[in-house]
Design a protein around this ligand. Structure first.
Ligand code: FE2
Length: 477
């Protein structure tokens, strides 16, 4: 038990931080501060929380971490503060608003340099096991935090494989555009199950390349962010027509040439296209998707040696892209000279992340290049690779779905494989596609989760929720 703090002596000082009218949110219950005491001549502060956990914090850390140092642009107001924080000691610490806040009175030599700052208790509680020294058996010391992490992490860890009977999640475009709650739900859906249909996107003004994809671009920028920019193409989105000219653009664009189940961006280093949105600008078709996790888990369980090879042997996807011209148009649509470029990517079919979970599937048979497979593994690896390509076509794993005109199929391209849509005879079809990078998606989700807490009108406003590591923020949102 930590002794009760001494009475505050900060009457003449400026109290910075949040307004007194703030309230504590439901997510922060049980994290009130019951006592806080400066120790070691104020160099540290011992804080005990309502759940009996207690930690010793560095006063300089508390000082340095305050949102008071940050301007409305969320940047630190001064680069000099760094050299001042450790000169401050805590004179008194006083829980306030029934322990929902902590007022720390700092001093730095002369009286003019003294001031007070307010902290949200739940915010300190979230950091405590990472930055504090545990003071009793109710407290824990977390492993040293490494890496950027993700607010999606818990969801990522709990992904469930799906099979042919997947019930395709459906969103309404208008509702998605208007609701941050729905947008967060949609991005969660992009982690698990990793596929959804968005209906009611509306039709394009015309089928001209420069405008046909604008409904998709508007939807994507409204709910996720900016679409990935192609290295050559003038538009961020790509266009596929089910017409005679499609075949001239390449096998990928030829709707008469069935593609096996695949991931996109297999030839791009690192597979930057994390989310993929495909917009049916014209025509109604049926299409199919398959869960890479379900197939990977099946192979792991039933063919462990094949699984080992698919996760460790690196294959090469590569191509020379000659679809576009220097003006950014499709080559057959322009007199501009060609803008040919090379692509190569070497990686395992199944990439396992540092957390031991599936990170991404990268495989597309038509884009498979020449792989430098070791002599002693060649035959056995090719068996494993054929097993993979057969299983991703196996009806047990394939979910067929209707894809109506003016709707969008959204999928996690690191998890969900897709095949070529079945286009009814005589139907003219135009499909628009675009990609979103993982960091854009993850930071959009982080922002939406912050916004949902901020809208509750609790103490945890944007001053407190921005600039935190994802691992800490996850505890607060
Ligand atoms: Fe594709």
């Amino acid at each position: 038990m930590i002794p009760a703090t001494v009475a505050s002596k900060c009457c003449s000082s400026v109290v910075r931080g949040m307004g007194a009218a703030s309230r504590l949110g439901g997510a922060t219950r049980g994290m009130k501060i019951v006592s806080a005491t400066p120790v070691n001549n104020g160099k540290q502060v011992d804080i005990e929380f309502e759940n009996k956990s207690a930690y010793r914090f560095h006063t300089a850390w508390i000082r340095d971490a305050s949102p008071s140092h940050v301007g409305p642009d969320f940047y630190r107001k001064s680069a000099k503060t760094l050299f001042e924080v450790d000169k401050y000691t805590a004179e008194t610490c006083q829980p306030s608003e029934s322990g929902e806040k902590l007022v720390v009175h700092f001093k730095n030599g002369v009286a003019e340099n003294a001031d007070s700052d307010e902290y949200v208790s739940s915010w300190l509680h979230a950091f405590a096991p990472h930055v504090g020294q545990p003071l009793n058996a109710h407290s824990e010391l977390k492993e040293v935090l490494r890496g950027t992490g993700s607010v999606m992490e818990a969801l990522h860890k709990n992904r469930k494989p799906w099979h042919a009977d997947l019930k395709m999640p459906i969103f309404d475009a208008k509702e998605l555009m208007e609701s941050e709650e729905k947008q967060a739900e949609f991005l969660e859906c992009m982690t698990d199950p990793g596929v959804a249909l968005i209906k009611g996107v509306g039709g394009p003004e015309s089928l001209e390349t420069s405008v046909v994809g604008l409904p998709l671009e508007k939807l994507g920028s409204g709910i996720i962010g900016r679409m990935n920019q192609h290295p050559v193409r003038a538009t961020r989105y790509g266009v596929m027509h089910a017409e005679a000219r499609a075949a001239a653009a390449g096998a990928d664009y030829d709707h008469a040439n069935p593609l096996s189940m695949h991931a996109d961006h297999s030839v791009y280093h690192g597979t930057p296209g994390y989310l993929q949105l495909m917009y049916q600008a014209r025509g109604t078709v049926t299409s199919k998707v398959c869960d890479g996790i379900a197939v990977a888990e099946y192979i792991k369980e039933n063919h462990p040696e094949d699984y080992e090879l698919l996760t460790t042997v690196h294959i090469t996807h590569g191509s020379r892209n000659q679809i576009y011209a220097q003006d950014g148009a499709y080559r057959q649509d322009t007199a501009s000279p060609g803008a040919t470029f090379e692509l190569v990517h070497t990686h395992p079919v199944i990439t396992i992340g540092e957390d031991g979970l599936l990170e991404k599937i990268v495989q597309s048979e038509t884009k498979r290049g020449v792989s430098a497979l070791p002599y002693d593994k060649y035959e056995r690896f090719m068996e494993a690779y054929k097993l993979w390509t057969k299983l991703v076509e196996d009806p047990r794993f394939i979910c067929n779905f209707e894809w109506p005109e003016h709707s969008v199929v959204a999928m996690n391209n690191h998890r969900t494989l897709h095949g070529r849509a079945k286009v009814p005879a005589g139907m003219e079809r135009t499909m628009i596609f675009g990609y979103y990078q993982k960091t854009i998606v993850e930071n959009r989700y982080r922002f939406l989760k912050q916004r949902l807490v901020e809208k509750q009108g609790t103490m945890l406003n944007d001053r407190w929720l921005t600039r935190l590591p994802n691992q800490i923020l996850s505890k607060l949102v």
